[in-house]
Write a protein that binds this ligand. Structure first.
Ligand code: PSU
Ligand code: MN
Length: 308
């Protein structure tokens, strides 16, 4: 049985879903645009292995030749990683056009959530989500990730919000749209490379089971959206705040000087921050994504027990 004419669910993922075993969705923009080759491919494969090691089936999501893919082969991950910034970045508004043209694209948090929900997957691990950009009161640059969180029932495990963004405005926007921000074993909202942004989360929960119960309650009540689960980077890999703040300031100034806007903005800032800080930020980035994969797998396991 095919649930949708444009959707291809990998047989292993389909089998897990059919027998109500835990599945964790993973995005592909982080592969094509978020990290350099070949570390992007190595990380994507390691993330999948980490999800498996913690009892869930990984489903990396992308659009390949016009098909919405839920679960990729190793060769397909390699193709996206090698393609890098040549691969189209696909957010919600782009999905239908890439499908209609039979093209290939890397999915953002927004489009990955959308496709995960179509497949019936409720848990998703990534690095960082998009948000309200600094200067948004003038530029109106607000990531489509936030509206997706408001309407699509998927819990997104991330290391908080990178401070290329305006964290305060992002939290306000999420609140307005009814999206809860849950801190795993922490009261503080992390800022990706650092464990504490100076902002608080809405709810601190200390176990995967407690998070699963909140997900189950939210959706049983009939609330339509998802939630942000923030998981601070492990202490050993956190970066000094001054180092990362300086890199971000420089990247933001360069973006402004070069007139970078729209969908180019986030990839430009991510790439420049990682270039300016050298290999250090990449190593931290890899570790926080692996950490999120482990927590997402534990939440997926707990959620299946919750709804069983
Ligand atoms: N933040 C990161 N790493 C990323 C992204 C954001 O720290 O790789 C990617 C994600 O795919 C996210 C997207 O969904 O950037 C947001 O892009 P935009 O701001 O254009 O919506
Ligand atoms: Mn944007």
């Amino acid at each position: 049985m095919h649930p949708h004419p444009f959707l291809d669910i990998h047989p292993e993922v389909a089998a897990a879903l059919a027998t109500k075993r835990p599945v964790v969705a993973l995005e592909s923009t982080i592969i094509a645009h978020g990290m350099p080759y070949p570390q992007n491919v190595a990380t994507a494969l390691q993330v999948e292995a980490e999800v498996r090691a913690h009892g869930a089936v990984p489903a990396t999501i992308a659009i390949l030749n016009g098909r919405l893919k839920v679960g990729l082969t190793q060769a397909e991950i390699e193709q996206l990683g090698q393609g890098g910034r040549e691969v189209v970045k696909v957010s919600r508004r782009d999905v239908a056009f890439i499908v209609a043209a039979g093209q290939t694209g890397a999915t953002t948090v927004a489009s990955t959530m959308l496709i995960a929900a179509m497949a019936g997957i409720r848990v998703f691990a990534t690095g960082g989500i998009g948000g309200v950009h600094r200067g948004a009161p003038q530029s109106f640059d607000v990531s489509a990730d936030l509206q997706e969180l408001a309407q699509t029932p998927v819990a997104v495990v991330c290391a908080g919000i990178k401070s290329i963004l305006d964290l305060q405005l992002t939290l306000e926007y999420l609140e307005t749209h009814g999206v809860p921000v849950v801190g795993f074993q922490s009261d503080n909202l992390p800022a990706f490379y650092t464990r504490d942004s100076g902002f608080k989360v809405d709810y601190r929960l200390d176990s995967a089971e407690a998070i699963a119960r909140a997900m189950q309650a939210q959706w049983a009540i009939g609330l339509p959206g998802g939630m942000v689960v923030s998981n601070p980077i492990p202490e050993a890999y956190a970066m000094p705040r001054a180092t990362i703040d300086a890199a971000i300031e420089q990247a933001l100034q360069e973006a402004q000087a070069q007139g970078i806007a729209g969908k180019q903005s986030t990839p430009f800032l991510l790439a420049r921050v990682s270039e300016i800080t050298g290999g250090n930020s990449l190593a931290s980035n890899i570790q926080l994504v692996l950490n999120n994969a482990r927590l997402a797998a534990a939440i997926a396991v707990a959620y299946q027990q919750c709804v069983a």
